[in-house]
Design a protein around this ligand. Structure first.
Ligand code: GRF
Length: 216
């Protein structure tokens, strides 16, 4: 079977969606870097956030999106991953989304959904992957006594925080750090790294290996 063509770069502005479960500080950084209006401008390389999806009705991210005039949708997840993914996919298609950023999205998407967005689905994680995947990454780093931690932006694959890395940024772990202080330092790094990594993807400078593997 022939490989699908690389999705990026596009010859028109890119339309971005963000999935978020929390307060949305990464979403705020993405709205600043990719203003919604840019999605309808002819400028080469332009990109704009056009859709925000949350599994939590009370997520700060949804309020931020509404304030920015972006379509903000709550879709319940519960035990019904297929229901969430079907409704999310409908929204993504309705809004002609090119790339999805998981920005503090606390759910694991199915291998089928992930495969459908191969090369167009990225996640930000608060550790220097492959160290400390999964929940409570900042707590894990403190418990391990590492001198440096940071954040990673990666393409999403069928595992949890295992996909190909696009960018990492280190921060020091300082004497006296607790989870809140280290998390704040890491989040500041995320706010710069996530938009920069997405720009690299949109320019075609970062792409995951083909799902069919290297040529024989
Ligand atoms: C980020 O630190 C992200 O790495 C983690 O959850 C946090 C979300 O923060 N998975 P925010 O909602 O973007 O403020």
């Amino acid at each position: 079977m022939a490989d699908a063509p690389a999705p990026f770069p596009l010859d028109r502005p890119a339309r971005l969606a963000v999935f978020a479960s929390g307060r949305g500080s990464n979403l705020a950084a993405l709205l600043a870097a990719f203003p919604p209006a840019s999605a309808s401008q002819p400028a080469p390389g332009a990109a704009g956030v056009v859709l925000v999806v949350s599994d939590r009705r009370d997520a700060g991210a949804l309020a931020l999106a509404r304030d920015a005039g972006v379509r903000a949708v709550h879709i319940a997840f519960g035990r019904d991953r297929e229901g969430f993914e079907g409704a999310a996919q409908d929204e993504l298609e309705r809004h002609a989304v090119d790339l999805v950023a998981l920005a503090g999205f606390m759910r694991v998407l199915s291998p089928a959904f992930v495969a459908g967005w191969h090369g167009r689905l990225v996640n930000v994680h608060p550790s220097l992957l492959p160290a400390f995947p999964g929940l409570h990454a900042v707590r894990q780093a403190l418990a391990a006594g590492v001198a440096r931690s940071g954040c990673t932006v990666h393409f999403v694959d069928a595992g949890v925080d295992t996909g190909p890395v696009i960018a990492r940024r280190e921060v020091p772990v300082l004497p006296g750090d607790d989870e809140a202080t280290l998390q704040a330092r890491i989040q500041a790094a995320e706010h710069a790294t996530l938009p920069a990594a997405i720009r690299a993807v949109l320019r075609g400078e970062a792409a995951p290996p083909s799902p069919s593997g290297p040529p024989a």
